[in-house]
Design a protein around this ligand. Structure first.
Ligand code: ATP
Ligand code: MG
Length: 577
């Protein structure tokens, strides 16, 4: 995972690793010995929801950099807000990080493990005259804070004595005060141009059961207070966070400097934004709670568990995170790039099989009744080592409804009355008759086959314009197949007044009665393959059972990303002329 391996001429520019300014910072720190050659990073999720692909970027960055520099990466649960947190989330986060291929070894931490020490630090700040208990109401505190253009006002409680503050803070801790009655604030500067520095809250009263400390505490530290000190306690060197914390860095530094404790370096990078989806836990929770999706692991969700269920591989997600790079400015990444990464990986690895999603019955009239034969098919043309498999052929087959037109327009080269096409790995067939039901709907085709074309080639050299996938009716297994589109119709749903108004009503289609090659009879949950011409599919991990196979389409075969890149290259070229 080095940033300099771009000299291989055979690899296109796309495969090269984009620059990562944090890697550069660490490199420099290694040279100057700033942290004695140590690299300790952390991934600090709040256990208030499931991880999404944006978190994967942070995970790959933090675990990736630490391993690159022989350091360690901690997994720390930032569990300071008992109202929204839950063990279910803790467990899912651990599972997702492991699944992505990263190992925190023995370095699993919880901010709640530091509650006692954080409390002591707060007491120290009070003793230094750098923190006070404020009894203004929340509304008053807001009013006193001022605005971007106006300075704030000092609270009338700002000059309480150290004694009084210690006493009141003790009372807060002992549960002798009501929620909202007071908070502990840092005493910095109510006129600071950075509003975050206007006496920020450090502790609040919350009479809530915590999923780990239970009822031991009724005051909880605020993020800004807990985060820098947790980093300090753990000896973190590079504390990488997303850009929205840029203004918080001043407070991060102030707390550590004022307490005169070990001081990690906070570095901000751009969060991942992905087109046609939302990456905010709050919004994802809304989708789950509002039943807009079937759960956190709905295959349409940008969550790690959703992507896993859809059929994404950890490899593809890591490759994606590497390719998007790490920048200092926010941008929107095209979801086509994510799809490109999984397609590229599966193209090399996934077995090809044939499956018919919307079956149309075909009877080969000159093929003997009751007869069948075994044909040979290549498992993966990209990897000869994957060998071949046997596929049964017989008199009655299924092809895709889409692959036949009674009245074909000019550019339709697939099956039509009187026309000859190739059945993949089998024979040339010619359509001789179209059978319809009472409603006039096509129910069956009658065809003939040419026994001379076994394997898919005509000895006389005659050509056909298309090759169809098919399955043998007697041998095929039934399956349910779920097809997905983007969950949203707008490129940036987060920018809408209500992102839920642009949910794509067609984002999930369930097809039953699909016919699949018998090869997949025992396909296990999580098994991935390519259905020829249709895309990459994965056996659903939850709903698929041996007698009732369920497939999710991971992606289609059409590579929109390659197309976008090609167009970009063309326009660049023509621009240069
Ligand atoms: P959300 O905005 O989804 O609620 P969060 O920042 O509140 O996310 P945390 O659990 O606090 O979620 O995030 C853990 C880590 O993941 C943080 O360091 C955060 O900066 C990082 N992170 C969260 N979202 C993204 C993203 N879209 N891109 C990159 N990193 C992210
Ligand atoms: Mg957060």
């Amino acid at each position: 995972m080095s940033g300099s391996k771009t000299n291989n001429k055979n690899k296109t520019r796309e495969v090269s690793i984009p620059p990562n300014f944090i890697r550069q910072i660490i490199n420099d720190d290694m040279k100057t010995g700033k942290f004695d050659g140590r690299v300790v990073t952390r991934f600090p999720p709040e256990p208030n929801g499931y991880l999404h692909i944006g978190h994967a970027k942070s995970i790959c960055l933090n675990f990736g950099l630490s391993s690159e520099f022989n350091g360690i990466c901690h997994l720390r649960f930032d569990d300071t807000n008992p109202e929204k947190e839950d063990v279910e989330y803790v467990e899912s986060i651990k599972e997702d990080v492991r699944w992505l291929g990263f190992d925190w070894q023995e370095h699993l931490y919880y901010t709640s493990d530091y509650f006692e020490r954080l409390y002591d630090y707060a007491v120290t700040l009070i003793k230094l005259g750098k923190a006070y208990v404020d009894s203004l109401t929340p509304d008053e505190i807001r009013e006193y804070r001022g605005t971007l253009t106006e300075p704030g006002k000092n609270s009338p409680f700002r000059n309480r004595s150290i004694e009084e503050n210690l006493n009141l803070f003790q009372k807060m801790k002992n549960g002798e005060m009501e929620e909202g009655a007071c908070i502990l604030r840092a005493k910095i500067d109510m006129a600071a141009s950075n509003i975050i520095m206007r006496d920020p809250a450090l502790y609040r009263i919350l009479k809530q059961e915590h999923h780990r400390t239970h009822d031991a505490w009724c005051i909880y530290p605020m993020y800004d207070f807990a985060h820098c000190l947790s980093d300090s306690i753990e000896g973190i060197t590079h504390s990488n966070c997303t850009l929205e914390f840029k203004n918080n860095r001043e407070l991060y530094d102030w707390i550590l400097n004022t307490l005169n404790v070990y001081h990690p370096q906070q570095i901000e990078f751009a969060r991942l934004n992905l087109s046609y989806t939302v990456l905010s836990k709050r919004k994802l929770i809304e989708l789950v709670d509002g039943n807009h999706v079937t759960g956190w692991d709905d295959p349409r969700m940008p969550t790690i568990s959703g992507l896993r269920r859809r059929g994404y591989t950890p490899d593809a997600i890591r490759t994606f995170c590497e390719r998007i790079g790490v920048a200092k400015r926010d941008s929107m990444v095209d979801i086509a790039l994510l799809e490109h990464c999984i397609r590229e990986g599966l193209n090399k690895k996934a077995q090809r099989v044939m499956g018919v999603l919307r079956p149309l019955r075909v009877v080969i009239e000159n093929y003997p009744k009751g007869q069948s034969e075994i044909l040979s098919a290549i498992n993966n043309p990209e990897d000869k080592a994957m060998g071949t498999r046997e596929i049964p052929f017989s008199r009655v087959l299924y092809i895709e409804q889409d692959d036949f037109m009674e009245d074909p327009p000019k550019k339709f080269f697939r099956l039509a009355p009187g026309r000859e096409v190739r059945l993949r790995y089998a024979y040339f067939i010619t359509c001789t008759d179209v059978i319809k039901d009472e409603q006039g709907k096509i129910s069956e085709l009658r065809c003939t086959y040419d026994p001379e074309t076994k394997g898919g080639d005509a000895p006389d050299g005659r050509k056909v314009k298309s090759t169809l996938h098919w399955v043998s009716a007697d041998h095929a297994i039934d399956a349910q197949v779920r097809l997905f589109e983007n969950l949203f119709t707008m490129e940036n749903p987060g920018a809408e007044d209500d992102f839920k108004t642009c949910i794509n009503e067609n984002s999930r289609k369930v097809l039953t009665g699909c016919k699949i090659e018998p090869e997949l009879l025992n396909a296990a949950p999580g098994f991935r393959c390519q259905f020829e011409r249709l895309g990459y599919f994965c056996v659903d991990r939850k709903d698929s059972t041996p007698g009732h196979l369920v497939f999710n389409r991971i992606v289609t075969l059409r590579d929109m990303w390659a197309r976008i890149k090609k167009l970009q290259a063309q326009s660049k070229k023509s621009g240069k002329k």
